[in-house]
Design a protein around this ligand. Structure first.
Ligand SMILES: Nc1ncnc2c1ncn2[C@@H]1O[C@H](COP(=O)(O)OP(=O)(O)OP(=O)(O)O)[C@@H](O)[C@H]1O
Ligand SMILES: [Mg+2]
Length: 265
């Protein structure tokens, strides 16, 4: 069954973009058709991350704002990820990217856009979701969002069927994540799960406060991703799954993919 999933967090820099980029590739490797939309208005990244995996002649002329302003259809907005020998990508399914343009003017527009514009944007998004699932055979629609409570992130969350919240072991991060679950997600009646990221391999330090916070959200946690230097290194950044499928980071992502598939049955 097709599903839309928003990747969100309380704090910034918890690994959302890196996670969803690799996760989308895992799904496409498994034969799923995937659309991944950059909803991080403040700091869009997918255009940089997938820079070498886009055939320029097939790059869409449209960005998120134009799509939400109804200047193009959903398929005109999406850019396919190239799959050829040169790019080194071989996927069983298709992977499409919805890109967001950088620039102060666009950011300011989204920051100041009124409620009416945001409501219309949500309608466009919901219609596109239906079209992608029913007419274009998309199995997973992912939204990479901005951290915290931004209007556009809330739009992506409302449109999603499920939210994955990435948190580090940081005290403020764990508390903020817990609050978002009990306040925002509960009021939106949105199914949500937590993924702990950047967890040190030897989490030996006994910190009662952190342990208590983890215990409080334990029933929501569907994955614990280890912290890894390879993830940080420039060369393998963002496409670790294409370089080393057996890396502990990738193995954990595959386990999370299995769990999500189970949840979505
Ligand atoms: N498991 C991990 N181990 C080590 N480093 C990681 C891990 N996951 C992500 N990172 C690194 O953390 C940094 C932040 O990741 P990323 O940009 O994906 O975070 P983000 O949540 O999307 O940030 P933002 O909130 O600004 O959008 C990147 O350098 C990334 O390579
Ligand atoms: Mg990000």
């Amino acid at each position: 069954m097709a599903r839309a999933i928003a990747i969100h967090s309380y704090k910034g820099g918890t690994g959302k973009t890196y996670f969803v980029s690799n996760f989308s590739i895992i799904q496409a490797m498994r034969g799923k058709n995937v659309a991944l939309i950059d909803f991080d208005i403040g700091a869009p990244s997918l255009n940089y991350i997938f820079e070498h995996y886009i055939d320029e002649s097939k790059r869409s002329n449209y960005y998120l704002k134009e799509f939400l302003d109804k200047k193009c259809s959903i398929m005109e907005y999406l850019t396919p990820v190239r799959q050829d020998i040169e790019s080194g990508i071989k996927l069983k399914g298709n992977l499409y990217l919805g890109l967001m343009n950088t620039g102060r003017d666009v950011f300011e527009f989204f920051e100041t856009a009124g409620r009416k514009w945001q409501m219309n944007a949500l309608k466009v998004l919901l219609k596109a979701k239906k079209e992608l699932f029913e007419e274009h055979n998309i199995d997973y629609l992912f939204f990479d969002t901005s951290p915290g409570i931004k209007y556009w992130s809330i739009n992506a969350i409302v449109c999603a069927d499920l939210v994955l919240l990435l948190s580090t072991l940081n005290k403020a991060d764990l508390s903020g994540t817990d609050n978002m679950v009990s306040e925002i997600y509960q009021s939106l009646e949105k199914e949500n799960h937590i993924i702990l990221n950047m967890v040190p391999a030897a989490f030996v330090e006994k910190n009662k406060e952190i342990e208590e916070k983890i215990a409080k959200i334990q029933n929501k946690i569907i994955g614990t991703i280890p912290c890894s230097c390879e993830v940080q290194s420039t060369l393998s950044e963002y496409m670790l799954i294409l370089k080393d499928e057996k890396h502990p980071y990738c193995v954990t992502l595959k386990q999370i993919a299995d769990k999500i598939e189970d949840i979505m049955k």
